[in-house]
Write a protein that binds this ligand. Sequence first.
Ligand SMILES: Cc1cc2nc3c(=O)[nH]c(=O)nc-3n(C[C@H](O)[C@H](O)[C@H](O)COP(=O)(O)OP(=O)(O)OC[C@H]3O[C@@H](n4cnc5c(N)ncnc54)[C@H](O)[C@@H]3O)c2cc1C
Length: 417
Amino acid sequence: MNVRTVPVFEVESDPQAAPAQAVAANGRRVGSAGDLSARAAMVSAVAALHAAAVDSASRFPDEAIGAARAGRLLSIAVPRELGGEGAGIAEVANVCYTLGRGCASAAMIYAMHQTKLACLVRHGRESVWHQLFLRRLCKEQLLLASSTTEGQNGGDVRNSAAAIERDGSRISLERLATVISYGRQADAVVTTARRSADAASSDQVLVTFLREDYTLEPVLGWDAFGMRGTCSEGFKLRAAATEQQILPLGYDKIHARTTMPVAHLAWSSAWAGIAAAAVERARAFVRQAAQRSGGALPPAAAHLTRATATLRTLRSLVAASLRRFEAAADDAAALESIEFQSGMNLLKVNASELAVATVMSAMQTCGLAGYRNDGEFSIGRHLRDVLSSPIMISNDRILANSATAALLSGAPDALID
Ligand SMILES: Cc1cc2nc3c(=O)[nH]c(=O)nc-3n(C[C@H](O)[C@H](O)[C@H](O)COP(=O)(O)OP(=O)(O)OC[C@H]3O[C@@H](n4cnc5c(N)ncnc54)[C@H](O)[C@@H]3O)c2cc1C
């Protein structure tokens, strides 16, 4: 197994320590929030360079994640006093979008990492263990993996089978983690689990296990249609640690207030990035066709218009949802309201449908040149990658779970909230 060993806590004592500064290829100092877009663009360029190789070999995007580490992108959302940059959800989403334009797998890995990180940042404030861990994450640019899928439960994130076992202050967990993206490469796994052997399946906790706390026994490979670089293999996860590694708040609250909204915002942003990259190719195709025919637009140009329109709608949807989350972020009651929950759940359904529609229109714009796997106008990889979006927590499952909320909510009184 490709394991990056990380020592147990060795944390700098200076809480005000600024993040280490790196120097970009263009000579600019990186490490400040101001140049976040430039750093993200730089990492995206690296990701794009290797995206085809990552896809064809179904391998982890080492170069992109290495560049993200060098540019200190993994810790941007950690508060400054712990060594991060205090970036907000919109900044994180923008990075996901930018990476998505370069390499879908790198963007999704980053989105999943940021979702788990948001849980630790927002719900670990009262926990010394989590504060120390966040400092270490900043210092070493640790990568977090997520384990929610278990056995055959698919996207039923709010139920767990495996339970935390306790022996004094020590805990252990053995779980059939049928999908852990980049499980082999991650430095820690953040996993859901049943609170105890006598707890109901929905009485869950969220635990962080460090690399040295667990072993992964491979049970399922990852030879997938798209998102091949996420390396979303299945493992038997066996872990032992201290009880301090469990977040104090129950997972039902963490899920509603952070995991679900942040995941859906980050994923949607990554999918929007994939869609934008496909539209770019379609635009280049139409431009070249127009140049070759003395300025006349090809008949398929209408598909480009459609692709541009759905991309616009997708970006507006994500932007509006980001504002909605920002407005409610510190208000537990607002976050847990049926209105907010169903809005954020439907964001995922709508964003995935819009992203797929956009990439399909881009493919239709390019015709055979888009359908081919070779050539500068190929849309094949983008289409395969974006087709993961409706199944990554199945849209059907979300729609079925949202049916009661839809029944309860009437038509809004005003056009604009
Ligand atoms: C690229 C990628 C990366 C992933 N990474 C991770 C990871 O790092 N960690 C992790 O834990 N998981 C991960 N997952 C798994 C993901 O979180 C879900 O568990 C998974 O997508 C669910 O797959 P499923 O089709 O088996 O699910 P199910 O939810 O079982 O759905 C199967 C089918 O049943 C139908 N269905 C299910 N429920 C309902 C319902 N209520 N009403 C109607 N129809 C229903 C749907 O039509 C669906 O097609 C990843 C998935 C993808 C695609």
